[in-house]
Design a protein around this ligand. Structure first.
Ligand SMILES: Nc1ncnc2c1ncn2[C@@H]1O[C@H](COP(=O)(O)OP(=O)(O)OP(=O)(O)O)[C@@H](O)[C@H]1O
Length: 593
């Protein structure tokens, strides 16, 4: 998770290039362009040089507006200005253009609470909440702390007031992981008293406000029918007659049987909505992403991303302009197809033990969270034109301790980085930044686990925007181990394309071609002993303007074949060209060794 904290004094003067400001005489108009920065509905003029790097533009926005660079996403003409070392002119930004600034303000904070009796709880709390809210969550979990007045929450030895905002506590958190660590104890007044034997008997029932009680009502018999499992029969209040929401998986092929973990996720999400816990929109990210709560409103169970709220789609809540030609924020992707890609990444993430045939429930090699296409009606989504049913991806919410943005890569286990690299190379992922890899700890061995999320820009039609954050991590320069190589050898792009078709996504020809080429590259690369770094570097452009090696290979294959050539013949030609280029690369790599 990223921090939304301003790190420099906020200035309000017009945003000018430092180079420009230090210009001794009257600034030369040829050197600069006037663009407009649009942020949260307001527009401000900004003078930049065409030779300014995107990084330097973001730095200026940081110093004038206070938003840290890593939380800024700049979009111009429907394209994200993603490469920080590229220049303003590389992206074709010209005089009068509008630059949309999307802020990735972290909204959720991981809070780890330990009680004096040694119990531990983890909560995800919105940064705008206060300590009083955390106390309520603790009270719900632990009878001992049921009386809020007797609860004391301590951070780094300092008792926190109820009104203190979580965002504020974050700034004083000295731990080097992303979570805030709190201690909860009986307040000193209570601790001073000897604990009486009948202390437990004094505890009153959990405090639910009346509104919550009403919203939590449900019809136990209907619940039983739907889930076929046990329901607490002691409270059988009646469900309100009409549900004002809908959520169901989209089943395009009746032969598909969803595994139980998908049903559990869908049902838990329905239960949360039924209990009145509305979707919470994430303030992070460029598209509409909603955290769906469980039936107690205590934890998140899934993340819903509707297709009409994707970046540059008609109902995008971040106010990004509509795409003029239907192309998404990344080259070679289409607006409104992000959800398919999210689901495809899950389906194609075959487990190490064997390939998914229909829709297996076992964990995939890279650990893409279970994801399914759903339709959902709820007033809590962005509906500027009235409430309608939305289609989108529903992904299991993964408990985490932040993302790879919050930590240096040194601590990431080799295998974890390698599994992400295999996924990204296969999928030609155009959006693998560190914020899209969550961090967790393995329950058994305590090792860091990387969880890949946000696959809406996988399987593009071209390789132009492929970017892999892990390319710069030391683990990428280590060779794959034998198990990973076996996994890579077992991959079959044709089977995968057929599997997606079976699931209702008949990939566009150009996407299928990219996918075939990426799979081919991965397989040929490991045959020659290339590292993830070597293979990944073939797929990514070094600079915005310089084509990657894979793009050169595709171009050469296109130049060597006639436009009427069949796809199979084209790929054969490409395969020979790729062999040649890879032999050169592998040869020079072994000389360098
Ligand atoms: N499966 C998940 N489990 C836990 N948190 C998630 C999951 N998927 C997304 N999130 C969180 O939800 C927020 C928004 O999600 P995400 O980054 O995928 O949205 P986006 O609009 O596609 O983003 P981006 O602008 O980076 O492409 C982020 O804080 C992310 O960490």
């Amino acid at each position: 998770m990223s921090s939304g904290v301003a790190i420099s004094p906020i200035q309000t003067e017009p945003v000018l290039s430092p180079k420009f400001m230090s210009w001794p005489l009257v600034p030369c108009p040829d050197e600069s362009i006037l663009i407009y920065l649009s942020v949260s509905g307001s527009v401000m003029p900004m003078r930049v040089l065409e030779s300014d790097s995107i990084e330097s533009v973001k730095l200026r926005i940081q110093s004038y507006k206070g938003f840290v660079v890593k939380n800024q996403k700049l979009v111009c003409g429907g394209r994200e200005l993603a490469r920080s070392n590229s220049l303003v002119r590389d992206y074709g930004v010209t005089d009068g253009n509008v630059l949309h600034l999307v802020l990735r303000l972290s909204d959720l904070q991981v809070i780890k609470v330990r009680s004096t009796s040694g119990k531990e709880f983890t909560f995800y709390v919105e940064r705008g909440r206060d300590v009083g809210y955390v106390k309520q969550q603790v009270a719900k979990k632990e009878k001992e702390f049921d009386d809020l007045d007797e609860q004391e929450v301590v951070c780094e030895g300092e008792p926190l007031e109820d009104q203190r905002l979580i965002d504020d506590v974050c700034r004083y958190n000295n731990h080097n992981d992303a979570a805030i660590h709190l201690l909860v104890r009986k307040s000193s007044k209570v601790r001073a008293r000897p604990v009486e034997k009948n202390f437990e008997l004094d505890i009153v029932a959990p405090r639910l406000n009346e509104g919550e009680n009403v919203r939590r009502q449900y019809d136990a018999s209907e619940e039983n029918d739907r889930r076929g499992d046990e329901v607490d029969r002691e409270i059988v209040p009646r469900k309100p007659p009409d549900r004002d929401f809908l959520l169901e998986p989209i089943i395009v092929n009746p032969k598909i049987e969803f595994p139980s973990l998908i049903w559990d996720m869908v049902n838990a999400t329905i239960d949360g909505l039924d209990a009145g816990f509305d979707p919470i929109r994430s303030m992070e990210g460029t598209g509409g992403a909603y955290f769906m709560q469980d039936s107690h409103g205590e934890k998140f169970v899934s993340v819903f991303k509707p297709i009409d709220e994707e970046p540059m789609a008609v109902n995008n809540p971040q106010g990004l302009p509509l795409s003029l030609d239907g192309e998404g924020l990344k080259k070679g992707t289409r607006v409104g197809e992000g959800a398919f890609r999210e689901v495809a990444a899950y389906i194609l993430d075959h487990p190490e033990s064997g390939h998914r045939s229909l829709f297996g429930g076992s964990k995939g090699f890279a650990g893409v969270p279970p994801t399914v296409m759903v339709k959902c009606l709820h007033k809590g989504f962005n509906h500027p034109e009235g409430v309608t049913v939305k289609i989108g991806s529903l992904q299991m919410f993964m408990e985490n301790n932040g993302s790879c943005e919050d930590m240096g890569p040194g601590a990431f286990p080799l295998k974890e980085v390698h599994k992400i690299s295999v996924l990204d190379i296969r999928m030609a992922n155009a959006d693998r930044h560190a914020g899209n890899i969550l961090l967790d700890k393995d329950q058994e061995n305590g090792q860091t686990v990387l969880i890949p999320i946000d696959h809406g820009y996988c399987l593009p039609e071209s390789f132009e925007d492929c970017t892999f954050e892990w390319l710069y991590w030391p683990q990428a320069r280590q060779p794959y181990d034998s198990k990973t190589i076996d996994y890579i050898k077992s991959l079959d792009a044709e089977e995968d394309i057929a599997l997606l078709r079976f699931h209702g996504w008949d990939m566009p020809v150009a996407c299928a071609r990219t996918f075939r080429i990426s799979t081919m590259l991965l397989k040929k690369g490991v045959e020659r002993g290339l590292t993830p770094f070597a293979i990944g570097s073939i797929m990514c452009r070094e600079t915005l303007k310089k084509e990657s090696v894979i793009e050169e290979i595709v171009q050469e294959a296109q130049d060597s074949t006639l436009p009427v050539t069949s796809e199979a013949a084209f790929l054969e030609t490409l395969s020979l060209i790729m062999d040649h280029r890879l032999d050169e690369i592998a040869g020079s790599a072994s000389i360098n060794c």
